[in-house]
Design a protein around this ligand. Structure first.
Ligand code: GLU
Length: 322
């Protein structure tokens, strides 16, 4: 049985880019007669709010999306809220520690920023972590640890990573592009990379379909699956919908949230029709329900002249929403 999910972080209201990923993931599972789960990714407590999580669920329901498992309906992999799943992340961390895949990192944000701005510093390496703390001696660790709680970083192999993306095709990341990453922050918070991998595996997710902004997380997550001895799901990254100004949408951009469309009296079927047409699932941008789109769903190849991982809506399509 195929299993997909939508896993929003409740740090803002859902915008139409988030909706596109949610709709695509839902359609993929409904077409495959699979199961669809909803998970609230609220481990970053400083950014997450319970009232926003509730609003996100309401927005998804307004779109016509339903879920077989989730925070409000339960399911055999409950809880579906990350802040209630800490013991699972703790257990994974222990396994990684036992396998010698982690090391303490004492670098502060300001130190890393200073290196990045130095000539031939981090910036020339694409912002990658240069491995400063990876080879510290035990004495150096003790000296640094006397003043500071470290973060924990995962040791990447430094090799190129290639995988087949269900939407973007074959993707390769150079070894230098995927440097050692944080799995637990100095303040004790688990990282997104660790939590999402543990949860997708524990929940038996077979198909991860999400926005192209997370494409470069995939090589890190693949490394975690391997280190934890878990089977990786297949990955697909749908293009990000560009705003009318040609810029990426953000959850903070109120003008194109689902809530603002609803308040302006735009019917969900109209938005679904615009998205379905832009994705090439239907021939005309006419109002349609998500259910009616189930048979037409398919991955869409990058179109000529469009930036990688981006889906620009034409002015006339934007006008249908505003
Ligand atoms: N929680 C992440 C976000 O809202 C998405 C996680 C995922 O789909 O892997 O950006």
């Amino acid at each position: 049985m195929r299993r997909g999910r939508f896993a929003p972080t409740p740090s803002g209201l859902l915008h139409i880019g988030n909706a596109f990923a949610a709709v695509a993931s839902w359609l993929q599972m409904r077409q495959a007669n699979g199961q669809f789960a909803l998970r609230v990714e609220d481990i970053d407590t400083a950014r997450s709010r319970a009232d926003l999580a509730q609003k996100q669920l309401d927005d998804l329901r307004w779109l016509g999306i339903d879920w077989d498992e989730g925070p409000d309906v339960g399911g055999r992999h409950a809880p579906y809220v990350q802040s209630e799943r800490m013991t699972l992340y703790e257990a994974a961390l222990e396994r990684l520690e036992q396998a010698d895949m982690l090391y303490p990192c004492y670098c502060s944000r300001s130190e890393l920023a200073r290196i990045a701005s130095a000539p031939h510093g981090l910036a020339s390496e694409g912002g990658a972590y240069p491995g400063l703390c990876r080879h510290l001696s035990e004495e150096e660790r003790q000296a640094k640890g006397a003043h500071k709680t470290p973060a924990l970083r995962f040791k990447m192999a430094g090799q190129p990573v290639t995988f087949r993306d269900g939407w973007a095709g074959e993707v390769t990341f150079a070894g230098e592009a995927v440097s050692d990453f944080v799995v637990k922050r100095a303040d004790g918070m688990f990282s997104y990379q660790l939590a999402v991998t543990v949860d997708d595996a524990a929940m038996g997710i077979t198909d991860v379909l999400r926005g192209a902004d997370l494409l470069d997380s995939t090589p890190r997550q693949l490394a975690l699956y391997e280190a934890l001895g878990l089977t990786a799901p297949s990955f697909a990254h749908v293009p990000l919908i560009l705003g009318a100004n040609g810029e990426r949408l953000s959850k903070r951009d109120r003008s194109i949230t689902l809530a603002s469309l609803r308040d302006a009296g735009v019917a969900p079927e109209r938005l679904i029709g615009v998205m379905g047409f832009a994705a090439g699932w239907i021939d005309r941008p006419e109002p349609v329900s998500v259910r009616e789109l189930i048979p037409s769903f398919r991955a869409v190849r990058q179109r000529e002249g469009e930036p990688q991982g981006r889906l620009a809506l034409s002015d006339s399509l934007w006008r249908m929403l505003t």
